[in-house]
Design a protein around this ligand. Structure first.
Ligand SMILES: [Cu+2]
Length: 121
């Protein structure tokens, strides 16, 4: 049942209720980097996103370009070193849509897009 829903929606890397994983390596996000448009980063609405830094070349972060009414990013994970993982706080509260993000250590050269999909019905 769940597998059929996921296949129908074109999601292979995650399921509802299971955190999606965003990795950084060689100054590139995987998936979802702006330089690799065929590899989109998707989460279902309400799901969490875990950020893993697998890059020996440096610390990386994940911060949304869009901000809330108080000027804070809609989602954020502060810079972490290789081998560490962090929850990207705020992702589970996002409405469906496309959300550009960047690494504040390496912007503007390190950017990506998070796609939040509506829950399958
Ligand atoms: Cu970075």
């Amino acid at each position: 049942m769940a597998a059929a829903l996921l296949a129908a929606a074109g999601h292979s890397a995650h399921a509802t209720g299971v955190p999606a994983v965003l990795t950084a390596a060689a100054y590139t996000y995987a998936p979802g980097d702006t330089d690799t448009p065929g590899l989109e980063l998707h989460v279902f609405q309400g799901s969490q996103l875990v950020f893993v830094n697998a890059d020996p070349l440096g610390a990386h972060a994940v911060t949304s370009e869009d901000t809330d009414t108080r000027g804070y990013p809609l989602f954020n994970a502060d810079a972490i070193n290789m081998g560490l993982a962090a929850d990207v706080s705020g992702v589970s509260a996002l409405a469906p849509g496309r959300y550009p993000f960047y690494c504040y250590v390496h912007a503007p050269s390190m950017t990506g897009v998070l796609v939040v999909d509506p829950l399958p019905v």
